[in-house]
Design a protein around this ligand. Structure first.
Ligand SMILES: NC(=O)c1ccc[n+]([C@@H]2O[C@H](COP(=O)([O-])OP(=O)(O)OC[C@H]3O[C@@H](n4cnc5c(N)ncnc54)[C@H](OP(=O)(O)O)[C@@H]3O)[C@@H](O)[C@H]2O)c1
Length: 333
């Protein structure tokens, strides 16, 4: 009997390990992509997308529009939102008209705008079915050099704005008998990734809020999803915070970087929404494998960190050409 249990565990672990080497998502997500509900299951629903003017938000909006999902697109840059709106209408191949994609420019860190804009979307469509919290910015900085002002600004954007909008959405969903909230976190919200400690913390905090919300609402008509992408080709790197208030990292993603395309990530986000997946990890191999071991075998992760060294991990994450000296223009170690 003992042998059978050991063999069963070994087969389970081996299956996970082997499959992680081939897929760009965790097994649940990949399973739902192949055998679950297609994105078209959401046709006719209204999805409120934050950070829709570029990157993962833009491509999630397009992935949804292809199947006739109605959209609220928000971010700060109105002209970029209008561009994405046009792209969504084209991608929908006549399923969506001008009225089915609503552009709402807003700075998400101005919490006083959230209720007004949520209510505006509800009035426009008569309902909102899903909140997809995606707006956010990363960071490249050495822990001990970071100004507390940066920590505060990053928590305002990546955590508090998400939570405030989610509370408004949950209250609305309570009043209409159900709904769905999702947030784009990161693999850096699952494990500690070097040289972006504030970013890691803002995303870990979101996991705390969302996991608690799910526990409160389980079986009560609210679905709660967390999407955790790994490195993806977007404007993310250049827009990243550093250690200094008001400074942007400014380095662009290199064409040689091994990153998931924003299009693929957007499609997978659509799968997460259609199938109400609890937590989804999306990244090129072998990052899911690596994250899995970091979570379930922390000793292994420490060993890798020690052997490879944080500097080399940093270079592997962004680009081979970058050095730490380049990364911290204003404050050196
Ligand atoms: N790319 C990656 O490697 C990666 C990996 C893991 C997780 N993520 C997560 O994915 C999400 C999207 O990032 P991305 O990679 O798609 O980067 P991106 O292309 O830079 O997109 C970020 C989006 O957030 C919006 N945004 C930023 N600050 C805002 C503010 N104050 N108010 C309103 N909107 C704001 C931007 O729009 P405006 O500038 O027009 O306001 C933009 O639409 C983030 O939450 C990020 O943490 C990205």
């Amino acid at each position: 009997m003992f042998d059978v249990i050991i063999y069963a565990i070994l087969i389970y672990v081996l299956t996970y390990v082997i499959l992680f080497v081939f897929f760009d998502g965790d097994l649940e997500t990949v399973f739902y992509e192949k055998f679950g509900k297609p994105i078209g299951h959401l046709r006719g629903k209204v999805v409120f997308v934050t950070g829709a003017s570029s990157g993962i938000g833009e491509y999630t909006a397009v992935a949804l529009a292809k199947y006739g999902v109605k959209l609220v697109l928000t971010a700060r840059r109105k002209e970029e939102l209008e561009r994405v709106k046009k792209q969504c209408i084209e991608a929908s191949k006549n399923q969506l008209s001008q009225n089915d994609v609503l552009v709402i420019p807003m700075d998400i860190t101005d919490l006083s705008l959230h209720r007004k804009n949520w209510d505006y979307a509800v009035r426009h469509f008569g309902k909102v079915d899903i909140l997809f919290n995606n707006a956010g910015r990363s960071q490249r900085a050495l822990f001990e050099t970071i100004d507390m002002g940066v920590d505060r600004q990053m928590f305002e954007l990546n955590t508090f704005s998400v939570i405030n909008l989610t509370r408004i959405a949950v209250n609305y969903f309570n009043s209409v008998g159900g709904g769905q909230v999702a947030v784009v976190s990161s693999l850096a919200g699952v494990i500690g990734v070097p040289f972006s400690s504030t970013y890691d913390a803002t995303k870990h905090a979101v996991h705390g809020y969302y996991n608690a919300l799910r526990a409160e609402k389980i079986g009560r008509g609210l679905s709660v999803s967390i999407v955790c992408p790994g490195p993806t080709s977007t404007n993310f790197l250049s827009e990243s915070f550093t250690n200094t208030v008001g400074q942007k990292y400014g380095k662009s993603v290199q064409s040689t970087d091994r990153r998931l395309t924003a299009e693929r990530c957007g499609h997978m986000c659509g799968i997460v929404l259609a199938n109400k997946i609890r937590e989804s990890w999306i990244a090129l191999p072998p990052l899911i494998f690596f994250t899995y071991f970091a979570v379930y075998c922390p000793v292994f992760y420490n060993f890798i960190l020690k052997t490879v060294g944080p500097e080399r991990l940093f270079k592997a994450r962004d680009s081979q050409e970058l050095t730490l000296e380049e990364a911290y223009p204003s404050k050196r170690r």
